[in-house]
Design a protein around this ligand. Structure first.
Ligand code: DC
Length: 229
């Protein structure tokens, strides 16, 4: 039987990572952070001086690099050619660059196989978080969720996360980067951010993320029970 595929899409700061990680842990599923793949490509392109509009350069880069994940304890670490880049890909600069490279068709197509493979090699199932999981990567996912929250709530969450990591970004700067990313991610021609028609939409503006996890967990457990062992 194919592993259970759970798609979690939504804009930046909607709580996808927190919710997906917790769900995966509680349900014994693998967690695939697809944003980390775009971020790693962005980091590598920047290091090698490849512009975000240079499709030929990006295609060659995708053929050269190897991105992998390793779960260490509570954490899911990301490796670029064996180097742990987990912290480096989380800066505000790389967020914007990831959004820019993710608009290039060559990058989206180049990462499609890897995203599917990472999920399909999961022993029981996988929770994938991203922007186009339910629409493009796994249009036939077993369950699709679209997480939303008001721009203010999302910016505050992201700001607090960055603050805890020692970043000096201000709330205004986070909100302004987020607005740009939302606009670019939703308006790009290839695989824009949008909810799949059959996605369950959850707005966490006034809902603690622990409550979101409980709701989604209930739905996923029901589906696992129907599938049987
Ligand atoms: O989820 P994130 O913030 O780590 O994602 C970084 C960028 O990558 C985001 O601005 C858009 C892009 N992305 C995407 O286009 N498709 C995905 N499935 C995941 C991320």
């Amino acid at each position: 039987m194919r592993p259970l595929i759970v798609a979690i899409d939504g804009p930046a700061g909607a709580g996808k990572s927190t919710v997906s990680k917790l769900l995966a842990r509680r349900l014994g599923l693998s967690f695939v952070d697809t944003g980390a793949l775009y971020r790693t490509v962005a980091l590598s392109a920047r290091r090698q001086g490849i512009a975000t509009e240079d499709d030929a350069g990006l295609a060659a880069l995708l053929g050269r690099i190897r991105i992998s994940f390793r779960a260490t304890g509570e954490e899911n670490r990301v490796f670029l050619d064996g180097e742990d880049v987990s912290a480096e890909i989380r800066t505000p600069e790389i967020s914007l660059l990831a959004s820019a490279v993710s608009a290039r068709r060559v990058v989206r197509e180049g990462l499609l196989g890897l995203q599917r493979r990472l999920a399909l090699e999961a022993p029981v199932g996988a929770v994938l978080e991203g922007r186009d999981i339910g629409t493009v990567v796994f249009p036939d996912a077993d369950l699709k969720f679209f997480l939303e929250a008001s721009p203010d709530v999302r910016a505050r969450r992201r700001y607090e996360e960055l603050f805890q990591k020692g970043s000096e970004s201000t709330l205004d700067a986070v909100l302004s980067d987020q607005t740009k990313r939302d606009r670019d991610d939703s308006s790009r021609a290839v695989a824009p951010l949008k909810a799949a028609e059959d996605a369950i939409r959850v707005d966490s503006s006034s809902l603690p993320l622990s409550e979101v996890v409980q709701r989604l967990e209930r739905v996923i457990r029901e589906r696992l029970a129907v599938r049987g062992p």
